[in-house]
Design a protein around this ligand. Structure first.
Ligand SMILES: [Ca+2]
Ligand SMILES: [Ca+2]
Ligand SMILES: [Ca+2]
Ligand SMILES: [Ca+2]
Length: 340
């Protein structure tokens, strides 16, 4: 009888996601209580779930004559009927096979996307993350959490004390992943009742979200970036953040380059070729046309010729830029990689 109870409990556990961490490779934190719900208090894991687009792949070479019901593949034969063939192997697949969360120290929390294209896992709360999607080990898209805005942002702070985060369906387009349920609307970092998506100062530190500084340009603002190597700006005004961020991969070939600065740029002194893109390693220059936006605090650069696919580019703010009142933005450079 006792054996029977042990067996039943074991079987219940196998069917219960809370007894294990699903397909995720992160070792469960020993501090997490046995209660599989984990609670929603500070530091406990919080569930993230969602699903990715389905895609259909066909496997070439699996041909058999039409009308053949024998189940045997037609090998080299034309089929002795009308000579027509049908493609027998069509595989339903998912647009991505792995979801990865990357924190500001470049640590990865990886998880499988199941055969039905869904995923769910419980990363630690009170950290900033970037979410990327991979197919066969290659990054195919980065989740952008405010892609409709002038300055797209890939990082989001994953706050404690909130219900599970269901991202809904993730759609992919040109290296950009977009969730039907935006993580910014499912987080409230400072717990003031206003979601990060509606709150203009998510961490309530008095600095507006648009003005938070990312000194190493990796997409994680300083105050959530444990790995950041900040230095004093000296006499120069800081570049606050850039897009694509330093180290971004799978960047679209027509992506605009954006630079947010900590001053109002003097439009009369602004040079529309102030930012340049150089393909690596040959330094071939791609001409950019830059304009000022957002109260002259945002430089946006477009280009008619596309970036070369699958190459590293160096973006350069190659000259100092004059601000209203006489301050100057210092020179900066950073790298990103294009996709297919
Ligand atoms: Ca808030
Ligand atoms: Ca906000
Ligand atoms: Ca703030
Ligand atoms: Ca940073």
């Amino acid at each position: 009888m006792n054996r029977f109870i042990v067996l039943v409990v074991g079987m219940l556990c196998l069917g219960f996601a809370g007894c294990q961490q699903g397909g995720f490779t992160e070792t469960p934190n020993a501090d997490i209580p046995d209660n599989p719900s984990g609670g929603s208090e500070f530091g406990n894991p919080r569930m993230i779930s969602g699903s990715v687009q389905a895609a259909t792949a066909t496997e070439p070479g699996n041909l058999e004559p039409s009308g053949d019901t024998s189940g045997e593949p037609g090998v080299g034969s034309g089929g002795d009927g009308d000579g027509s063939f049908v493609l027998v192997q069509k595989m339903a697949t998912c647009a991505a096979d792995q979801v990865v969360l990357i924190n500001s120290e470049s640590q990865r929390i990886e998880g499988d996307i199941e055969a039905d294209c869904t995923f769910e896992f419980e990363p630690a709360t009170d950290q900033a993350y970037r979410m990327e999607f991979e197919q066969a080990g290659e990054i195919i898209a980065t989740l952008f959490v405010n892609s409709s805005e002038e300055f797209p942002n890939a990082t989001f702070f994953f706050s404690a004390g909130q219900p599970a985060m269901d991202l809904g369906v993730i759609n992919f387009s040109d290296g950009v992943a977009e969730a039907t349920n935006n993580p910014l609307l499912l987080n409230d970092r400072d717990g003031d009742g206003m979601s990060d998506g509606a709150d203009t100062d998510d961490d309530n530190d008095g600095v507006l979200d648009n003005d938070e500084e990312d000194c190493d340009l990796d997409g994680f603002p300083d105050d959530v970036d444990n790995d950041s190597m900040c230095s004093a700006p000296g006499s120069f005004v800081q570049v606050l953040s850039v897009s694509p961020f330093n180290g971004q991969t799978n960047v679209g070939t027509l992506a605009t380059i954006k630079v947010r600065v900590d001053c109002e740029i003097e439009p009369g002194l602004f040079d529309s070729s102030a930012v340049v893109a150089k393909r690596q390693p040959d330094n071939q220059l791609l001409p950019l046309m830059c304009n000022l936006l957002d109260g002259n605090t945002l430089i946006e650069c477009t280009h008619i010729d596309p970036f070369t696919t699958n190459r590293t580019y160096k973006a350069e703010l190659g000259t100092t830029i004059d601000c209203v009142g006489g301050a100057k933005v210092g020179m900066r450079e950073w790298l990103f990689e294009t996709g297919n």
